[in-house]
Design a protein. Structure first.
Length: 135
């Protein structure tokens, strides 16, 4: 299952993002019916806060990924109450981790690379998954 949380002001093609994420996970040989991936699309201010607090680096970044520690999400409470509540309802599946993406940074990268924003979002999700699964 792919859980996608998007701050309301950002337009994201959730079905394309879910499809690309599912395809990438399957390509890695992971059964998508057994695992859940949490993806949050947020703004630069929140990303900067998370980046500084958890990575101890100044400024924003396009994507961060966090593995599950002690069976609990690490970032959930830092994003939003609704996001945290949705993560707490994941039942009967293993949460692979959390992928946090800055929408404003995605816009910049997409424009620079002459790509659609939703395609760049999917690439950032794939990057986050690769980091999660590589340890």
């Amino acid at each position: 299952m792919i859980e996608i949380f998007v701050q309301s002001r950002y337009r994201v093609n959730r079905s394309l993002l879910r499809k690309r994420t599912t395809e990438f996970i399957r390509k890695l040989g992971i059964d998508t019916s057994l695992y859940t991936v949490s993806i949050a699309i947020i703004g630069d201010r929140k990303m900067r806060d998370i980046h500084e607090r958890f990575a101890r680096k100044k400024g924003t970044t396009p994507v961060l990924s966090f593995p599950i520690t002690d069976g609990r999400p690490k970032i959930g409470s830092s994003i939003d109450r609704k996001y945290r509540e949705r993560l707490n309802t994941v039942d009967g599946q293993h949460l692979l981790g959390e992928i946090i993406i800055s929408y404003p940074q995605t816009l910049l990268f997409a424009a620079d690379e002459n790509k659609l924003v939703d395609v760049k979002l999917a690439e950032f999700v794939e990057h986050g998954l690769t980091k999660l699964l590589s340890g």
